[in-house]
Design a protein around this ligand. Sequence first.
Ligand SMILES: [Zn+2]
Length: 109
Amino acid sequence: MVRKALRISRGGAPKATWEERKIAIRAKALRSYERRRLAGDLTEKDFVWCLDCERAWYRRNRWTWCPGEGCDGGGAGDLWPWARIRAVNRGYPEIPMPGERYGQYGVEV
Ligand SMILES: [Zn+2]
């Protein structure tokens, strides 16, 4: 059970929890992804895949943690280069959809 932290900062505004911050982080990353996708500027190197939630993410600022909702993935070995998961799943696209789930051993039917 996760206790929702609603601490009051000096300014009186509620302090955002990590999950709330991740919502903003994902939105910002998605805008950057869209801009670069439209410019045809993305490569598979711009993406990581999380071993915990099995989702692909467009990585900004060299994240070492997963921005996924409710996911604690991060640290050593959790975030794989997208190329690594593609190497064993030949059907996966070069440019994945951020936040989309791609199973470690293929898409479940
Ligand atoms: Zn994750």
